[in-house]
Ligand binder design. Structure first.
Ligand SMILES: [Cu+2]
Length: 97
C-alpha cells in the first residue's frame, strides 16, 4: 500500500498492461511499457504458470493458478526476457523504456 502511494506520487500517469497466459503461451509475447507502468499476468490455463524474469532485473509473479493474476511494476528501463518456471519453453519479452 505504501509502495503504491509512493509510486503514484513519483509517476503521475502509470499505465496498466495485461498479459494473458493461455495455451501455454504469453499473449502478447512481446510487450513494450514505460517505467512506472504495471504489467498484470492472468492465467487462463488449467495448469499453474509463473512469469519470472530471466535477466538481471529480478521479478517473479510466483505460481498463478487458473484465474489468478500477478503484477509487476516496471522500475528499470531495458529489455528483459521472462519465462514460466514450470514450463521453461514458455518465453516472452518485456521492453521497458
Ligand atoms: Cu507454465
Amino acid at each position: 500500500m505504501m509502495f503504491w502511494l509512493l509510486l503514484q506520487f513519483v509517476v503521475p500517469t502509470p499505465h496498466r498492461h495485461t498479459v494473458e497466459i493461455r495455451g501455454m503461451e504469453f499473449h502478447p509475447a512481446e510487450l513494450t511499457v514505460a517505467v512506472g507502468d504495471t504489467i498484470v499476468w492472468i492465467n487462463r490455463d488449467i495448469v499453474p504458470h509463473t512469469a519470472t524474469s530471466a535477466g538481471k532485473t529480478e521479478w517473479n509473479t510466483g505460481p498463478l493458478a487458473q484465474g489468478d493474476s500477478g503484477a509487476y511494476v516496471a522500475r528499470v528501463a531495458g529489455a528483459v526476457s521472462y519465462v514460466c518456471t514450470f514450463h521453461p519453453t514458455m518465453r516472452a519479452r518485456l521492453h521497458v523504456r
